[in-house]
Design a protein around this ligand. Structure first.
Ligand SMILES: [Zn+2]
Length: 272
């Protein structure tokens, strides 16, 4: 998976959804809407959340792009996060758009990740592998309870990603959903994701994108776990993984670490 962005070929900042539909895209073209026209697609994000006949073809085209190309999937989830931060829209409008898209994405990915999915084994395996990579690209999806249950169930019988299919350490740095899955999953799935986090933490280069957002979520989760004393080992393994990742983050490292250590201390004193 190439994680570098393609040079943007956006011809105009006023392109409409109808004009985008006339552009070539995956799976027939090597460049897709998100990997080639991310600025244009960023502006069209609200159109993706609308369930009206006029935008149906645009939405179908968008799904083809993110399902056929990891770079498109990563750009889409990155731009959605950026749109929620930067778009000139009221907070309720932003919330509605983001929530609508997260629900649509969950409903699209859930059947693929559900263990009972039928079909030719190789085809099912490929679809699942790509769906997992999409979860790795998105913290909101990696936190979704229904998707987490499906992922936990998948990992219970066999690892759905063979060793050769695991993302490289460089790729993992751009996939914040891995850390979120390590935090939110339990059982074998959590062990697999913690192993990936360990590999990521051992790499001294760039920290994962959205680290701050993930750390905030993790701290909230640690706080919630303090209510259940039998979760000591869970909190300890989660904190260990997080601490290792935070240490790779030069910016605000001490602030993040002290927040995490404060929560750990809180937990230890309550659990003892
Ligand atoms: Zn693409």
């Amino acid at each position: 998976m190439a994680v570098q962005t393609h040079a943007s070929a956006s011809p105009s900042l006023t392109m409409t959804a109808a004009e985008m539909l006339r552009r070539p895209g995956h799976p027939t073209a090597s460049e897709g809407w998100w990997c080639a026209y991310s600025q244009e697609m960023h502006r069209l994000i609200p159109q993706l959340a609308r369930s009206i006949p006029a935008t149906a073809a645009f939405r179908t085209g968008h799904i083809k792009q993110v399902s056929s190309c990891r770079q498109c999937a990563l750009r889409y989830h990155t731009e959605l996060e950026r749109w929620a931060d930067e778009a000139v829209a009221s907070a309720p409008v932003k919330r509605t758009v983001v929530q609508t898209l997260v629900v649509k994405d969950r409903n699209r990915l859930l059947p693929v990740l559900t263990r009972s999915t039928r079909g030719a084994a190789a085809h099912t395996h490929r679809l699942r592998r790509e769906a997992l990579f999409e979860l790795f690209s998105s913290v909101p999806l990696a936190k979704d309870e229904e998707l987490i249950l499906a992922v936990e169930d998948l990992f219970e019988t066999a690892n759905p990603l063979s060793h050769d299919e695991l993302p490289s350490v460089t790729e993992m740095m751009h996939l914040p959903g891995i850390l979120a899955l390590a935090i939110f999953c339990t059982g074998r799935a959590q062990q697999s994701f913690l192993t990936m986090v360990d590999r990521m933490a051992a790499n001294p280069s760039n920290p994962p994108r959205s680290l701050h957002a993930v750390v905030d979520v993790a701290i909230t989760k640690i706080l919630a776990a303090t209510k259940h004393r039998n979760q000591t080992s869970y909190v300890s393994s989660m904190s260990k993984g997080l601490e290792a990742v935070i240490k790779t983050c030069a910016e605000d490292q001490s602030q993040l670490l002290s927040r995490l250590q404060c929560k750990q201390k809180n937990f230890s004193s309550r659990a003892s």
